[in-house]
Design a binder for this molecule. Structure first.
Ligand code: ADP
Ligand code: ZN
Length: 709
């Protein structure tokens, strides 16, 4: 099958039009018989890197994976695409294992997934002697390294496997690996020549938001309502917290289930299964949830408590939007959570471990308190530079900003730091500024200082923000360590001496609210495949297609995404494919899906589009019979012509651009500018941006020629 066009295989077997970054290079490398080390973030599309070559190569592709649930999902998904795949692990009955072996021996199997323990089973080694292995793919490859966070001794047996098949290329894949772990993987597997493919860890489609943890429950409910009918995971720190929150959410009428390691294994399995099958949309979980869940359409991941590490946070947020569609990650942050962790950490006996835990905690706190782009922060943490200053997808970058004159308050803050001897942290300084008579203030006699209570017009959060801004400006310095203290820098002293005007920029506040993060919904206008600017979804049709998918999934007892992904439905609600040829162009529609589900979807689209057409016709007929006087029929025809041209170039039906009724209103009102155009019913902001120019031009031309007459 060599020499075959891999893009062709991508389309026919997986239903995708294009490779994601690095996929094509990786696949080329494998097909050339070379070893690879693949580092991609969760959701980056690692599986395709070995699944596609598996179909092109003669022989069997062995996939080693420690995650049993994931194995099953992947095999189910492959089979749904008509690929001969099987898995064996401890949960598979022996007759099925025997069948899988037989199929592999007979050359009828393309992919076989195994758990690492299998390598130590004598029968398996014997089986390997009878098969031709074309490719060895090792998922979660960091498990081989003691330097990683998830070492599994069984992974060491992989070396024998690699030695057994010297001609088969090896592909090691992972979503988390530091430079040290990378080197270790390559060394342990004895693939020194492996080409390394390291993709960006930037997940463009995820929006990162940090909110102060205040009235957090209401905030959470609001978020879940916004994402109603979508899947969400809410992470909490403790089992008790998980139970309580799930119960509270259920009382609010939100369909949520708890998940943690303390539950009975059958309950746990059942809960996970319900989530995978879309029966329970919201899971409240400790971090134990999510490993090995390959769900592409999770739209919201919430950290209700502070995560322990940035690595964990990144991994958990990574479970949102694996299909590349816009999804939200919201973290509720409070200093109280930090204190809670500090108590845990203090109980760690081992000194270096305790230090390490503190460092990790400092990093996640720094992330939460950062006033700079969250994405840039995360990427830098993972060793990547991000040179844009506005990512457009985090609360910091999306926040409205305002400048304010901070000359006076800066003097007050700096003076207070100096007057108290530069040996206190921000919290104490703020108490003094506010005129508090708390024990610590009195104990140090700070209530007698002239600076006591000089900033009563501010509140605690505002002062905290200002202290942070002064740090950013380099006027204040913060010491390192567990109880950081503030001191005034040389620049700060110059400032106090010279008192120049100081203007600072802060995040704009909502009315009466303290620093509030914007609630972001980035719903499509979604990009067309042909790159012809944004195109529009028909929500009504989308809902119908979703219902249809739900019914198909239920009747086959499969999760929805195995019928077709969200992206496929969105594209359908946009391009209205009405025959098999055009349906085949939709993302994720492989040959076998086309065969199995094509007609059902085509039928639904036809029924909907025909009804729309009929409605338009009826409307036109009514209009012709009682044509109002102020209506310009020639203009209306010209507008329709323009629409036809646009529809053709965008491969969309005309009414998706504008309904006849909208064109008719344009012909009647004849708006002359963007503002006027925006007032026409049926013109939203996205359509305004995309089409106003073209339509206004036609209207203006018409008005001009009218004047001549
Ligand atoms: P990873 O293993 O890296 O976490 P997956 O292999 O599970 O990621 O892929 C994540 C999602 O992306 C899956 O739903 C997969 O079908 C989809 N995907 C992979 N490659 C492509 C592609 N070239 N085009 C569109 N979707 C893709
Ligand atoms: Zn940003």
């Amino acid at each position: 099958m060599r020499g075959l066009d891999v893009s062709q295989v991508l389309k026919t077997r997986f239903g995708y039009d294009e490779f994601r970054p690095l996929q094509a290079d990786i696949i080329d490398n494998v097909l050339a018989g070379r070893d690879s080390l693949v580092l991609m973030p969760t959701g980056g599309g690692k599986s395709l890197c070995y699944q596609l070559p598996a179909l092109c190569l003669d022989g069997l592709t062995l996939v080693v994976s420690p995650l049993i649930a994931l194995m099953k999902d992947q095999v189910d998904a492959l089979r749904a695409n008509g690929v001969a795949a099987a898995y064996i692990n401890s949960s598979v009955p022996s007759h099925e294992t025997r069948d899988a072996y037989a199929a592999a021996r007979a050359g009828r199997l393309k992919l076989l997934y195994i758990a690492p323990e299998r390598l130590a089973v004598p029968g398996f080694a014997k089986f390997l002697h009878d098969v031709q292995v074309a490719l060895i793919a090792i998922d979660e490859a960091h498990c081989i390294s003691e330097w990683g966070h998830d070492f599994r001794p069984d992974y060491r047996n992989l070396r024998t496997l690699v030695e057994m098949f010297p001609r088969a290329p090896v592909m090691a894949l992972t979503a988390t690996a530091t430079a040290r772990v990378r080197d270790d993987i390559v060394e342990q597997l004895m693939i020194p020549e492996a080409q390394r493919f390291i993709s960006s860890f930037n997940r463009e489609n995820l929006t990162y938001i940090v909110r102060p943890k205040r009235r957090a429950f209401d905030g959470l409910v609001e978020l879940l309502r916004k994402h109603a009918n979508e899947l969400a995971i809410v992470y909490c720190l403790s089992r008790k917290g998980v139970e309580a929150l799930a119960a509270d959410l259920s009382r609010e009428g939100i369909d949520a289930l708890p998940y943690h390691a303390g539950l009975d294994p059958t309950v746990r399995k059942d809960t996970q299964e319900r989530f995978i099958r879309d029966e329970t949309p919201v899971i409240v979980a400790t971090i134990a949830f999510g490993m090995g869940i390959d769900k592409p359409d999770v739209r919201l991941v919430v950290h209700y408590d502070l995560p322990k590490t940035l690595e964990g946070y990144y991994q958990e947020t990574g479970r949102a939007g694996r299909d590349g569609l816009p999804s939200e990650c919201v973290l509720f942050f409070s200093a109280g959570d930090r204190a809670k962790f500090t108590r845990f950490i203090e109980e760690i006996g081992d000194w270096t471990e305790r230090e390490r835990a503190y460092r990790k905690l400092d990093q996640i706190v720094a992330y939460s308190e950062s006033r700079t782009c969250r994405r840039a922060f995360l990427l830098q943490y993972f060793g990547e530079t991000y040179d844009r200053t506005d990512c457009g997808g985090c609360d910091v970058c999306l926040a409205e900003r305002e400048t304010f004159d901070a000359t006076e308050i800066a003097q007050k803050v700096l003076s207070t730091v100096i007057r108290t001897g530069q040996q206190f942290g921000a919290a104490h300084i703020i108490q003094v500024l506010l005129g508090s008579r708390a024990g610590k203030v009195l104990a140090h006699g700070h209530h007698k200082l002239p600076v006591h209570g000089i900033a009563r017009e501010y509140d605690r959060d505002q002062l905290k923000e200002i202290v942070g801004l002064l740090e950013d400006q380099g006027l204040l310095c913060k010491s390192l360590g567990e109880y950081p203290t503030l001191s005034v820098s040389a620049a700060g002293r110059d400032f106090l001496r010279q008192r120049p005007q100081l203007t600072l920029t802060r995040i704009k506040r909502g009315d009466g609210e303290t620093v509030s993060a914007p609630s972001v919904t980035k719903s499509p206008p979604y990009e067309s495949r042909s790159g012809g600017g944004p195109v529009y979804l028909n929500r009504e049709l989308l809902d119908r297609l979703r219902d249809l998918r739900g019914a198909l999934a239920r009747s086959r007892n499969l999760p929805r995404y195995m019928i077709l992904g969200d992206q496929a439905l969105q594209e359908m609600a946009c391009f209205f494919p009405r025959n098999r040829a055009s349906l085949a162009h939709i993302a994720g529609v492989s040959e076998s899906k086309l065969e199995e589900f094509g007609d059902a979807f085509i039928n639904a689209i036809r029924v909907y589009a025909d009804a729309q057409d009929a409605e338009e016709q009826a409307h036109l007929a009514r209009r012709h019979s009682n044509s109002p006087l102020d209506f310009a029929p020639e203009l209306f025809e010209r507008l329709r012509e323009l629409r036809r041209g646009l529809a053709e170039s965008r491969e969309q039906p005309a009414f998706v651009i504008f309904h006849d009724r909208t064109l008719e209103e344009m012909a009647r009102v004849m708006p002359q500018d963007h503002a006027g155009f925006a007032r026409i019913s049926g013109v939203g902001p996205a359509k305004l941006e995309a089409f106003a120019e073209d339509f206004l031009r036609v209207i203006r031309e018409h008005a001009a020629s009218d004047g001549e007459r």
